[in-house]
Design a protein around this ligand. Structure first.
Ligand code: NAD
Length: 360
């Protein structure tokens, strides 16, 4: 199969980690008889330096004409980089918001799992971890509180701020369908998280999720209030398969889930639209503190490439090959600095990429 992948290396450690993910993708192409055609575009600080804007319209067109996007990370040191003296719409992150909007990426998928080899990095107690956990957080990405009308005004001499949380049934239905589809590829359980005891938007969320569930009789559905979910994540993370939730709850819960799985350097993510198209990137940022030093952990980006194959190209065997290669490299005791522990073998970004590629 021949597929077009838009590559956004970005800033900081972005170019280093994406190069390693491409090394792994090339090995997959060789082994399984595919051809991946890459086109690089600039986004973030590097695009500001070259074009004065964080993402050009030409770059967006290239992304739109490809089958999927692989992204490293964008942005610099927010205290010292000159990029953060620019107007907000010209800063690196504006490029990310623009590409999500232009590509219609409304569903954000973040796996949080614990590799047995990295148990020590998990802050939870051994009896809670048990045999480990493996969940997927499906977060709505383009609606809710972050996109509603907002204002700050003086009301009778008192400064007052208002943010609006709006969802319509169509926005809820399309993300719910995505959540149930993913559950069908996994352990067939959806936990829909809301605050239906207080919020109207959550009551509509629950009603629409219940309607969508009727089309998925094999999937077990439970509803959970967001405050309870925050507790359950640290009390019994094993209970979760797919967590389906709105934008702000998902923002907070996915960081909590990232924290219990040990290292940011291991966590992949995907942003999907209503076709097979998606943008795949690690959950971490551009780590300017270690950029250019061959210290970054490329595994989150390599696992993002695996998600790209699975969700955009339906290449499950190839994705499994990458996931297994990562497991074997960890089992063999190789670690980058962020996941290093006693008696393990410390390797750099490039060597970690080569080790994973060699295991395929
Ligand atoms: P960060 O995730 O870049 O770094 C946090 C800490 O984790 C740092 O100590 C870093 O060295 C370490 N780290 C992160 N990824 C690592 C990896 N793969 N291997 C080893 N160590 C790793 O978060 P930050 O420092 O708050 O942000 C830095 C920049 O990244 C900012 O400009 C921020 O806006 C941007 N950012 C971008 C994205 C994105 O591109 N989607 C996401 C988050 C943050």
């Amino acid at each position: 199969m021949e597929k077009k992948i838009t590559v956004i290396k970005g800033d900081g450690i972005g170019p280093e980690i994406v190069t390693e993910a491409q090394k792994v993708l090339d090995k997959v192409a060789e082994k399984f008889g595919h051809k991946f055609v890459y086109t690089d575009i600039l986004m973030g600080g590097c695009s500001i330096d070259k074009y004065g804007v964080p993402l050009t319209d030409e770059a967006v067109e290239i992304a739109k004409n490809s089958d999927a996007v692989l992204l490293g990370s964008i942005g610099g040191n927010t205290s010292t980089s000159p990029w953060y003296k620019l107007a907000p719409n010209l800063r690196p992150e504006a490029g990310l918001l623009k590409i999500r909007k232009e590509l219609g990426l409304f569903a954000n998928l973040r796996p949080a799992n614990l590799y047995p080899e990295l148990r020590e990095a998990c802050p939870l107690k051994d009896d809670i971890i048990g045999d480990g956990f493996d969940m997927m957080i499906m977060r709505e990405l383009t609606g809710g509180l972050y996109f509603g009308a907002r204002k700050t005004e003086n009301v009778d001499g008192v400064e007052t701020a208002v943010d609006t949380l709006t969802y319509n049934e169509n926005e809820i239905r399309r993300i719910a369908i995505r959540g149930f589809d993913i559950a069908m590829k996994r352990r067939k359980k959806v936990t829909s998280v809301d605050k239906a005891n207080v919020l109207d938007s959550s009551r509509l969320w629950r009603k629409v999720v219940n309607e969508v569930a009727k089309d998925y009789p094999e999937v077990e559905l439970e509803h959970m209030l967001v405050d309870n979910c925050a507790m359950q994540l640290v009390r019994d993370p094993k209970q979760f398969d797919v967590i389906l939730t709105e934008n702000m709850f998902g923002d907070i819960l996915s960081d909590e889930a990232a924290m219990i799985s040990g290292s940011l350097g291991m966590l992949a993510s995907a942003s999907l639209n209503d076709t097979k198209f998606g943008m795949y990137e690690p959950s971490h940022g551009s780590a300017p503190d270690i950029a250019g030093q061959d210290k970054a952990n490329p595994i989150a980006t390599i696992l993002s490439a695996s998600m790209l194959l699975r969700f955009s190209f339906d290449m499950d065997k190839e994705a499994d090959a990458i996931d297994n290669a990562v497991k074997k490299v960890l089992e063999a005791g190789y670690r980058t600095g962020d996941i290093m522990s006693e008696d393990m073998k410390l390797v750099g970004c490039k060597e970690m990429g080569s080790l994973v590629a060699d295991m395929i």
